[in-house]
Design a protein around this ligand. Structure first.
Ligand code: F6P
Length: 393
């Protein structure tokens, strides 16, 4: 088959590993021929292509970035853009197209699928916010970079009796902040999912220092929102640039500076900010991301040959599966509340309300409970009740 491949949206460690896996399995096992579309959907729209064969992919497994380059071009925002894409794909005799990207890229893939193009999607974003899959490749690398930064910030914050705010990426979901904050032992973790009150944040830090600690580390997702007086559940993220890209996104950034200024003002503790920015997207992928990206690549080429078009390759538990593109782009995947509960459980609550308690399921407990409910045959007495799971304290 003749197959087109593109990478769209923000780059992400592991893109090259996916490309390599697609081309290797397609060449060795299916005798496919490939064509690379350069710079995401811009390449399909403007007919910018590049050779994609075994020679082109040699040695790219550990490399960050993408040999196909990328852009945030949205053909749907150009006059007859989607039809031009269809024409260009037909002109090259493309029988299937593999689109590696996040929700924006996959939304265009879905539109082209509706126009009759055989599309298979591969989920990519360090933000890990694509629904339909448990993990996107690139996320693990970003979390490891952020965790190392938090570890480093810890030692210098401790040496200087400072509060340091680490701003990490995460536009709509705070997966990187949640994972790196937990892994790095941050004292406060701020996510877009939970608008925060700056007075509460300052109070947490004050209480910690009153317990004898003399430094604190705050991890904030760039999309973390200050709660409003009017509606504490909603707020607006801090932005550096209000102009929008072709997918309607403003440029986020600056929450770290705002937090540092306000924390210092309220607590009197010297406070600094570190913005990790694109460091989280650059460089070599972790082993986990290389393996996941490779599994996604081989899964995507298998899906092409199984005729599973209009679908995205996904990770469910430990299995690689196909999910409809429509499901993948339907919602933004928010940080699992279970993870938020874990983080809350590690900290002193601000108010003396309900403890953060959760029930830990015991494997097979329901079966034991059923068994326990029945009297022991012939004994005349009841079997002991199944052990009750203990709440976290
Ligand atoms: O979508 C991934 C992401 O890294 C977001 O976390 C961030 O807001 C955005 O990309 C930054 O995009 P750009 O590379 O265009 O600055």
């Amino acid at each position: 088959m003749k197959i087109g491949v593109l990478t769209g949206g923000g780059d992400c460690p592991g893109l090259n590993a996916v490309i390599r896996a697609i081309v290797r399995k397609g060449t060795f096992h299916y005798q496919d021929e490939f064509l690379g579309f350069s710079e995401g959907w811009r390449g399909v729209l403007e007919d910018k292509t590049q050779p994609l064969d075994l020679h082109a992919i040699a040695g790219i497994l550990p490399r960050g970035g993408t040999i196909l380059r990328t852009s945030r071009t949205n053909p749907a925002k150009h006059s007859s853009g989607l039809d031009t894409c269809v024409e260009n794909l037909k002109k090259h005799g493309i029988e299937a197209l593999i689109a590696i990207g996040g929700d924006d890229t996959q939304s265009v893939a879905q539109r082209l699928h509706e126009k009759g193009i055989n599309v298979v999607g591969v989920p990519k974003t360090i933000d890990n916010d694509l629904s339909g899959t448990d993990f996107c490749f690139g996320f693990d690398t970003a979390v490891n970079i952020a965790t190392e930064a938090i570890d480093r910030v810890h030692t210098t914050a401790e040496a200087h009796n400072r509060v340091i705010v680490v701003e990490v990426m995460g536009r709509d979901s705070g997966w990187i902040a949640a994972y790196s904050g937990l892994a790095g032992g941050a004292d406060v973790i701020l996510l877009p999912e939970r608008p925060f009150d700056i007075d509460d944040v300052s109070e947490i830090i004050r209480k910690r220092h009153a317990r004898g600690r003399y430094f604190s580390v705050v991890v904030a997702a760039e999309g973390a929102k200050l709660a409003t007086d009017v509606d504490p559940q909603h707020g607006a993220p801090v932005v550096t640039d209000l102009s929008k890209d072709e997918f309607g996104h403003v440029r986020l950034g600056g929450i770290g500076q705002v937090l540092a200024r306000e924390i210092e003002k309220r607590t009197g503790f010297e406070t600094r900010t570190v913005v990790l920015g694109h460091l989280q997207r650059g460089g070599s992928p972790t082993a986990f991301d290389r393996v996941l990206a490779t599994r996604y690549g081989t899964g995507a080429i298998d899906m092409v040959h199984n005729g599973q078009f209009g679908c995205m390759v996904a990770l469910h538990g430990t299995a690689i599966v196909a999910v409809p593109l429509s499901a993948a782009i339907a919602n933004t995947r928010r940080v699992d509340p279970v993870l938020i509960e874990v983080a809350l459980g590690l900290h002193d609550p601000l108010t003396t309300g309900q403890p953060v308690a959760s029930t830990v399921p015991v494997p097979g407990a329901h079966r034991r409970a059923e068994h326990a409910a029945k009297p022991e045959e012939g004994s005349g007495k009841h079997a002991p009740a199944a052990a009750h799971p203990h709440p976290h304290k």
